[in-house]
Design a protein around this ligand. Structure first.
Ligand code: SF4
Length: 341
């Protein structure tokens, strides 16, 4: 029998495995504690788990880990990690420092199917979904091997998280579980390019996970071009899904808007964006486009970006203009992994 990574199991699934092995289900919480709080690398370390149960685990499961290949540090403290998976594929994880928070940006797929023309992750096309253990593995590496204490967790790295809903939702359950990572859903954000069925499923998960929508354009004509999934789920459909997501539990919604020179940075774009954001009561994160050498998009001037942001605020919308992080370390997502191929 081929062994499986035990970190692919939610607490509920682990309870069933343990019951089947003839043990009491409460042992699952103890195992979770060892895996996610004590960061155990072997079953042997789990000193309060009966030997017979550890033997069952050893026959059917292993505790996997991903392998670090490259670690870059930016002058602004942004850190980028290139990990090699067991099948030889590469993924990236980014750690973003701010005064009051340390945010880990997690990958969920190798490559991406959705082909946004400004994005390095989409350039190679789609390879495969990450398993929950590989998503969780990115956090575990930073926590266990580098002793980082993260405050915020965003599914915003390579891939479209809601296209890998099954494994992303499992990861969220493990992260949120008090017996597991005990992170708390309010510190978790899922970023999507606008997969409406995925937003509905995430709502039905019933947790206070924040939603971030990569809008990047405020009318369908431009969004069809910049975020091709818009052809399937146009802006009005997306807004309706966001309204429902928000109304069911008061979760927070943010629109991500990458400012690209001459594409989406006019005052008319700002006015349309403000109208949409007010409907959903969304905050807006403006992000200067981070150049990718093989792509022909440009970053607007600082003045132009400030004018865009002022216009949003004048329209009564809360907006922030993020500094481009990690400019000196190929911070646009997918650039480091893309180089490995
Ligand atoms: S922006 Fe997101 S959805 Fe679009 S290609 Fe890149 S990773 Fe995929």
């Amino acid at each position: 029998m081929q062994k499986k990574d035990i970190k692919n199991l939610t607490l509920e699934e682990l309870e069933k495995v343990i019951e089947k092995a003839g043990e009491k289900p409460y042992r699952a919480k103890q195992v979770f504690y060892w895996l996610y709080q004590k960061c155990a690398r072997t079953f042997e370390e789990m000193s309060n788990i009966p030997k017979a149960l550890k033997n069952v685990f050893s026959e059917e499961y292993y505790i996997g880990a991903i392998e670090l290949c490259e670690h870059q540090k930016s002058k602004d403290k942004t850190e980028k990690f290139l990990f090699k998976l067991s099948d030889g594929n590469f993924i990236e994880t980014v750690l973003i420092w701010a005064t009051d928070r340390k945010t880990i940006c997690l990958s969920t797929q190798v490559g991406c199917k959705f082909g946004c023309p400004f994005c390095a992750s989409g350039l190679k096309g789609f390879v495969r979904n990450l398993a929950a253990s590989e998503i969780i593995g990115q956090i575990m590496y930073l926590k266990r091997d580098l002793k980082h204490l993260m405050t915020n967790y965003v599914f915003m790295g390579m891939g479209e998280p809601l296209d890998n809903y099954e494994n992303v939702s499992k990861s969220i359950l493990i992260m949120d579980d008090t017996a597991g990572m005990n992170i708390g859903a309010r510190r978790i954000t899922v970023s999507t390019s606008g997969l409406v069925p995925g937003i509905e499923k995430l709502k039905n998960l019933g947790l206070q996970v924040n939603l971030s929508v990569s809008l990047h354009a405020s009318n369908d004509k431009l969004r069809d071009e910049l975020v091709p999934v818009n052809r399937r789920y146009p802006i009005e459909t997306l807004i309706k899904a966001c309204e429902e997501y928000r109304s069911d539990g008061g979760r927070m919604i943010t629109f991500e808007y990458i400012l690209i020179s001459g594409k989406n940075d006019s005052l008319k774009d700002a006015d349309e964006l403000a109208r949409i954001a007010k409907k959903v009561k969304a905050k807006i994160n403006l992000i200067p486009y981070s150049p990718v050498s093989s792509l022909d998009f440009k970053t607007p001037t600082r003045d132009k970006m400030n004018i865009f942001m002022d216009r949003l605020e004048a329209r009564g919308v809360q907006a922030t203009l993020r500094d481009s992080k990690g400019k000196d370390i190929q911070a646009a997502c997918g650039q480091l992994a893309g180089r490995q191929k």
